[in-house]
Design a protein. Structure first.
Length: 265
């Protein structure tokens, strides 16, 4: 499998050991995941915000809060994955609460008030574009069933290819349940990253420039009831990321051949 070979090469090169590589990789995840949800911050603006706490001029504060919330949720997700904390409804709700900590809203429904900053399940039905999601009264059961299946799989011996597919499937399944009023996409991508971090795999990024193809892959997978559609899309994103990182690392390791210093400012 191409992805397995890319992961082996990535690990053999010890790319993650490069100074600050992991930090910048996490910032790239923050950047792309929040841009998919409407942030207009550039990757450089995201770096400055995370590293220096400086918000970009002329852009809504809410977009900066979305990014810093996502970064906190990502760090929390990875920490819990590395600690092998068991997946649970509570863990997912904690992740979603961090995602929505500073941008969440309060929803008043016939069944009561829901504060989306708490990770609470929705109490109403939702749609997104042409997609309709399960009725709110099915959300808890569907999410519980998903968590049970994921834990059973995690506790089984899996090949690297199966581990990757499990992370992609978890991503698709959670976003298709859409258990929260807000932050479903970000939380689902973080669930994918949780499983990858649990297995010490490089973390996947859905590139924001591929947002349309990403959404279409989700729609086509639901309509055709064929998970291979989404797996193929995510495998393409994953292969692109690993190939790019390997190429950058190998270029960096080449001797300068008398070119002298390269100034970056």
């Amino acid at each position: 499998m191409e992805l397995v070979n890319l992961i082996k090469k990535y690990n053999d090169l010890q790319i993650s050991e490069v100074i600050d590589h992991d930090r910048f990789n996490l910032i790239a995840i923050d950047h792309h995941s929040t841009r998919i949800e409407g942030s207009t911050l550039t990757e450089v603006e995201t770096q400055v915000l995370i590293n220096e706490g400086r918000t970009p001029n002329g852009k809504p504060l809410e977009e900066s809060l979305m990014v810093t919330d996502h970064h906190a949720a990502l760090l929390f997700t990875i920490e819990n994955a590395k600690a092998k904390r068991t997946l649970s409804i509570a863990l997912l709700q904690e992740i979603n609460a961090l995602v929505m900590r500073n941008t969440g809203k309060v929803y008043n429904t016939m069944l009561g008030t829901v504060d989306s900053r708490t990770g609470a399940f929705r109490k109403g039905n939702v749609t997104a574009g042409v997609s309709y999601f399960p009725n709110f009264d099915k959300v808890e059961r569907l999410t519980t069933d998903l968590i049970k299946k994921l834990n059973e799989a995690i506790n089984s011996p899996l090949s690297i290819a199966e581990q990757l597919n499990l992370s992609f499937d978890a991503h698709f399944s959670l976003v298709s349940i859409h258990p929260y009023y807000d932050g479903n996409g970000r939380t689902s991508r973080l669930l994918m990253n949780y499983i990858q971090a649990y297995y010490d795999l490089p973390l996947a990024i859905v590139r924001s420039e591929n947002k349309a193809a990403y959404i279409q892959a989700l729609i086509d997978t639901r309509q055709k009831e064929n998970i291979e559609i989404f797996r193929e899309f995510m495998a393409g994103e994953y292969a692109f990321l690993l190939t790019q990182e390997i190429e950058k690392f190998e270029e960096m390791k080449k001797p300068s051949k008398g070119r002298g210093f390269t100034f970056l400012f």
